[in-house]
Design a protein around this ligand. Structure first.
Ligand code: HEM
Ligand SMILES: [Cu+2]
Length: 547
């Protein structure tokens, strides 16, 4: 295997060459490290919460501390890990490579969005160290405006600034996809990962300004006492919930669409089959982005909203589930009669299919007006959104990291440890969160440090599962880092795939391609004419045959 020539990694070693880079690949790596830090910090809070819930009494954390723990867990995980997770790292790194471009259309804006993320993140961390915040990640009024004495303003400002990072990333992706595609890269030859990011970007630029304004209004009321949400001075607390969920439901799609994009790539690649129903998957992403704006009221069924509004929101919630179901159907059909190889990314992708299905279907339970009255604010909701956010997006993110790691670093990680961690994550995850469906159904409310003794057994399962999950999530940090220094060279195209990102060197050169690529093939073209001999490649890399 030939030694990699100069690559984006060898183009300058000084701190300055990183901090002032305009290279989307370097920016992606800096994001990768930053979001990992936030992820593990959020994980520490999760560990504290699970430890507290090991016993019925509130013995480890007092209620006030417990409130801060789950609030800060949620804020770090959602705003500083999950929302940027795939777009800012894998999306940033791969979008230009996949469409045959030298970089994103607006490289300086890309660097600016990283800095905004850092500023927002540091401000939030500062607030947490000063004393933290206890409102829940949803900042519901009137508690957040009138009663809470915690650092609401500083955290709100951090989230406000971070929102602009998200908006600029979305803007950059849209401009890039419109203007930077290589000759021959037509819209319907785009990898589905790119379609997914296009849809995500639409939500980012249309939705994020709403949360920014909402946080701003909250600040105005807290400081200047203008009556916006507080009825005592002429406001309406329910208005906050409308504004918040008008962003935050679409935002759940910012948190899942990119993962769906990864899964489309991985399932097709490791089934060696053209993706089934390309157009359906592409347009279902757009449909999710559009319909996602019409269902916010399903978070407010018990807020006193009119029963007729509830019926409409319930119906629309069922509608928005259809495009996701279409995707799951098409992924399954892609695997049917494919020659499947169970490499680490594929193990994660198969895990995604099962877990996302559970997450999505239980969303339908919560979207049914009658049932949700029983389930709302219980552990059932907690289980539901963790199945989608962790079982969906985090698992997809891990699938993507393992899939493109050889491209990003030029090195192969230990397949053995990869598989072990995938299994631990899957088992640990289910052990943690499945019991919470039962707990919620039995009536255990969320957001309390103590609970009646009859709920203890299932909580012990959950905490035990969380420790397995924790080990499973820490392992990749070790073997992936190890691979950078001691991994085998991966070669340009270790999985023998047709996509453009695999047709350049690993790790890629600063300008991505040595010469301007011209696309003459369809997406996911594995046929004989593609000249991609997987068996040959696997033999050369000393990997087991798949037939
Ligand atoms: C696809 C990715 C999804 C993510 C990331 C996600 C995330 C979340 C989150 C974070 C909550 C908790 C809100 C809170 O703090 O109370 C939630 C609640 C809810 N989700 Fe999802 N969700 C997703 C998909 C779905 C789907 C497909 C449906 C229905 C078709 C759905 C229906 C609901 C409903 C109705 C609630 C409110 C439950 C209640 O307050 O009683 N979600 N979701
Ligand atoms: Cu929602």
């Amino acid at each position: 295997m030939r030694e990699p020539k100069d690559s984006y990694l060898t183009n300058g070693y000084s701190l300055k060459s990183w901090l002032l880079t305009k290279d989307h690949k370097r920016i992606a790596l800096m994001y990768l490290i930053s979001i990992s830090v936030f992820f593990f910090m959020g994980g520490l809070y999760a560990a504290a919460i699970r430890l507290e819930l090991l016993t019925p009494g509130s013995d480890l954390l007092q209620s006030a501390t417990y409130n801060k723990a789950f609030t800060q867990h949620g804020i770090l995980m959602i705003f500083f890990f999950l929302i940027p997770s795939i777009p800012a790292t894998l999306g940033n790194f791969l979008l230009p490579l996949m469409i045959g471009a030298k970089d994103l259309a607006l490289p300086r804006i890309n660097l600016l969005s990283l800095y905004l993320y850092w500023i927002g993140g540091l401000l939030t961390l500062y607030a947490l160290m000063q004393g933290g915040v206890d409102t829940g990640w949803t900042f519901y009024t009137p508690y957040s405006t009138t009663f809470s004495n915690s650092y609401v303003m500083a955290v709100g400002l951090g989230i406000f600034i971070n929102g602009f990072s998200s908006i600029l990333t979305g803007l950059n992706f849209i401009v890039t996809i419109h203007t930077m595609r290589a000759p021959g890269m037509t819209w319907f030859r785009l990898p589905l990962f790119v379609w997914a990011h296009y849809a995500t970007s639409l939500v980012m630029i249309l939705g994020t300004p709403v949360i920014a304004i909402t946080v701003l209004l909250l600040a105005i009321e807290r400081v200047v006492k203008v009556g916006i949400f507080d009825p005592a001075i002429g406001g309406d607390p329910i208005l906050f919930q409308h504004l918040f969920w008008f962003y935050s439901h679409p935002a759940v799609y910012i948190m899942i669409l990119p993962g769906m994009g990864v899964i489309s790539e991985v399932i097709s690649s490791f089934s060696r089959k053209k993706i089934f129903g390309y157009e359906f998957i592409a347009f279902s992403s757009i449909a999710i982005a559009v319909f996602g704006f019409l269902v916010w009221g399903h978070h407010m069924f018990v807020s006193g909203q009119s029963i007729y509004a509830g019926l409409v929101f319930s119906f629309l919630t069922m509608v928005v589930a259809v495009p996701s179901a279409i995707k799951v159907f098409n992924w399954t059909a892609t695997m049917y009669k494919g020659s499947i190889s169970y490499d680490t990314p594929m193990l994660y992708a198969i895990g995604f299919l099962g877990l996302f299905l559970v997450g999505g279907l239980t969303g339908l339970f919560l979207g049914s007006v009658g049932l949700t009255v029983h389930l709302t604010d219980t552990y059932f909701v907690v289980a539901h959104f963790h199945y989608v956010m962790v079982g969906g997006q985090v698992i997809a993110y891990l699938a993507g990291i393992h899939y493109w790691w050889p491209k990003m670093t030029g090195k192969m990680y230990s397949e053995f440890w990869g598989k072990v961690s995938a299994m631990l994550v899957f088992v640990g995850f289910n052990l943690t969160f499945f019991p919470q469906f039962i707990l919620g159904y039995q009536g255990m409310p969320r957001r309390y440090a103590s609970y009646p003794a009859e709920f203890q057994v299932l909580n012990i399962f959950s905490t035990a599962g969380a420790s397995v999950l924790g080990v499973g999530l820490l392992m990749p940090v070790v073997y992936l880092t190890h691979s950078i220094f001691a991994g085998k060279p991966a070669g340009d195209n270790p999985w023998m795939l047709p996509g453009l990102e695999w047709r350049t060197q690993s790790p890629p050169p600063t300008l991505n391609f040595d010469e301007q690529p011209v696309v003459t093939w369809e997406a996911y073209e594995f046929g004989e004419e593609s000249g991609l001999d997987l068996e040959e490649a696997r033999r050369a890399a000393g990997r087991p045959s798949v037939v």
